[in-house]
Design a protein around this ligand. Structure first.
Ligand code: SF4
Length: 332
């Protein structure tokens, strides 16, 4: 007799018609019991998510897997497929290469580690969840076990954190407790107030900079107004990059503001904003040298430097202080 847990198929006579009907169930059982090779519950739930096990019946899944079921994961497209025996294989590509040909074949988790380390310009990627994964490669029809290893290098801890979130058990550590437990040179980040942390999150944690979805706030009672992003997997605490950057901002925030006098034409004042925008958005290198209408155009910026810098290569400007303040500053 063959009986499924959902009792959708019950038979005690395996003629050709019955075999056809039960084949998807048998293949599915065989794969998950003997072939999958992933035993960690989080990994198995992730694999089941890739083939929509919660929303499709077994026959529907087996049918869909023949042509492949694609899932976006950060900058990846992970496509689950199955052969005629129900054996799953997984193809991983950069989403922008989903339909590309002639891609470099990669195979091992070590390949994934190398891929995750440098961007297309060969620069080190300190944040693995930054949207800077290079293109031009494919992991084609790898096993489930290998897939979990590959994802672990490309987006570390994304599977277990996603799984905890699915179970409503994501253990979030907010900024304040993270800051309070810092020691040594990072202990000073405790000084950053909620407004500054808001700026930190807007700087580092938005979708343009990081593909994790920020779930941490300033503290449990003080949510941050800036959007946490739309990533497929969550960020459960401020990462080491943000903590390191936070240390620098803490020292910068210790300085009191000053009012400066600087002579600029209106166009030059607007140009300063354009330069800051282009550098912050990483678009400065995209501005062609012929586009002199752009404030951040290299020739425009060089001209501004020639005109407004002094002999010490600094922008000509001076703090605007009253006489008393100047004297106090000079003799203290
Ligand atoms: S703290 Fe921000 S930048 Fe760091 S991983 Fe989390 S969301 Fe990304």
């Amino acid at each position: 007799m063959l009986e499924t847990p959902e009792t959708e198929v019950v038979t005690d006579h395996l003629d050709a018609a019955a075999l056809t009907e039960v084949a998807p169930w048998v293949q599915n059982w065989w794969y998950w019991q003997t072939e999958c090779g992933v035993h960690a519950p989080a990994g198995r739930r992730y694999l089941r998510m890739l083939e929509r096990a919660e929303t499709m019946t077994v026959p529907e899944r087996m049918e869909a897997l023949r042509s492949g079921i694609a899932t976006a994961w950060g900058q990846l497209t992970v496509t689950a497929s199955a052969n005629g025996e129900g054996r799953r294989r997984y193809t991983v590509r950069h989403t922008d290469d989903a339909d590309a040909s002639g891609l470099e074949p990669l195979a091992t988790p070590e390949d994934a580690r190398a891929l995750a380390t440098f961007d297309a310009q060969g620069r080190y990627r300190p944040l693995k969840s930054a949207p800077s994964l290079r293109r031009g490669w494919t992991f084609t029809e790898i096993t489930a076990r290998r897939l979990v290893g590959v994802i672990g290098y490309l987006y570390p801890a994304s599977i277990p954190n996603w799984d905890r979130e699915q179970a409503d058990a994501l253990d979030v550590t907010h900024w304040r407790p993270t800051a309070e437990r810092q020691t040594g040179i990072y202990g000073i980040i405790e000084e950053l107030d909620a407004t500054a942390v808001e700026q930190v999150a807007a700087t580092c944690c938005v979708d343009e900079e990081c593909l994790k979805r920020r779930e941490w706030e300033y503290d449990a009672e003080t949510p941050l107004a800036v959007d946490g992003g739309t990533g497929a997997f969550p960020c459960r605490e401020p990462c080491s990059l943000v903590v390191a950057a936070g240390r620098k901002w803490t020292t910068l925030e210790r300085e009191a503001t000053e009012t400066y006098e600087i002579e600029l034409t209106p166009a030059e004042a607007a140009q300063l904003s354009a330069v800051i925008d282009a550098v912050a958005d990483g678009t400065a290198a995209d501005i062609r040298e012929a586009d002199v209408g752009e404030g951040a155009n290299r020739y425009r910026v060089r001209y501004l430097r020639e005109k407004r810098f002094d002999a010490d290569d600094q922008l000509q400007m001076r703090p605007k202080r009253g006489l008393v303040r100047r004297l106090v500053r000079r003799f203290t």
